[in-house]
Ligand binder design. Sequence first.
Ligand code: PFF
Length: 479
Amino acid sequence: METSKRGQWGSSFGFLMASIGSAIGLGNLWGFPYKMGKTGGFAFLIIYLILVALVGIVLMLGEFALGRKTGKGAGGAYAALAKKYSFIGYMAVISPFLILAFYAVLGGMVLRYCLGFLVQIFGFDGFAGQGSSFFRWLLYSDSSMLLFLVLFMACTMVIVMGGIKGGIEKFSKAVMPALGVILVVIIVFVAIQPGAIEGYKFMFQPDFSLFTEPGSFFEVLKTASGQMFFSLSVAMGINITFGSYLDKKKNLQRNAVMVPLFDTLFALLAGMMILPACAAFGEDYAQGPGLLFASMQKVFLDGMGGAAGNIMGFLFYFLVFIAAITSSIALLEVLTAAVVDRQLDHGKEPRRKKTALVFAILIFLIGIPVALDALGSGGATIKAPYELLGLTPDSPGYAMWNDCWLDFYDMITEGVLMPLGALLMSLLLGWVMPNLVKDECEASGHKFKGAAYFKFCFRFVIPVVMVIVLATQIQSFFL
Ligand code: PFF
């Protein structure tokens, strides 16, 4: 009775696609290449891959198991284990809230580019006469930024209101394969441009110089760890919620490996598209959050050019938009499910639609500073946190307030809440309830493989890595 009111996955494939759909999004296409570009290519890549294997896969399995065992979303799942743990679940839910606030701004920008290319196909100018410098223009166009933020949030909300099967699952099935194909086509186009080879070298040519400088090593570790949480959607309750909709016959372990595998594949594809494009078209690898938009604009307008560029640009941004939507619906779903669970617990009729609407409005409101601060480039309608406080890069505590609202929300979630949540979860599953994951995996009749590996990671590897990441983050507050 209760399960049907909450909703359940229609098929195993649908669940896998929805999990993959949630994991693959702007984190892979926008975040991974720019963070790799900023922190030195190869070293970031290696650390990232190690973290996925030792931390990401293990945490994902833990979350699926927790969700399915308790049949609850993030908030309720920890409370179902013991009342005193419920704070871990609620802490996890703060992250999707903050992330969605900047995710929706970026998603809105993707939508703007998509429409820009669409009108260009019909012979109009879609980029306000700015061509490949459109990104900077857009950042300072308050009305466009707000309009597209609203549109993106509205799309997300309408799908979540449709409920778990009608909305999320149907949406996710077709898109990922199509996105994979278009990425490969663009990669091939970029690869044959003169100079592209430097981008591959940047990514794949071994360079261990970073490991000799402890300071920068820890910085890269922190960035890669944040990116791993964000991209795999772990440590924010999402997989607990997804697991709770999953029936007892499904193989948890297989899903926990497949999702990170596909996610990492898409991140690598995005890197192999964007960094060689930067090399070929003279964009700076280390330019930060604008990297995807700036480099791809040159590929479509200057590289491919004409009708072909417009059509490819439209297709690309359309698929990125859908990938972003399948992630943002998951983010809004975690929040909605947490409240719907509480309503059910208190014997009330669940009010999914109203809950989704309230969250969508709140997220829009806290997204406004992200939309209007021009990513901290200065002179924008809303001042960035450091400008509001009058801090300069050498003021103590500058790093804490970072340089724009997007980075600020990102720092609170990726830098503090997620590593802290992951630390507490691994201690719980490694030491306090060491059999929970194994028992839940075996409940479906599948053998739990690699028990020693998972146990070792839960008990030692994850706690140690998370303590280092947290310490690095906290230390930066005093610099
Ligand atoms: N993993 C998504 C991405 O890489 O874009 C972002 C995300 C989606 C995070 C859903 C969290 C989540 F619940």
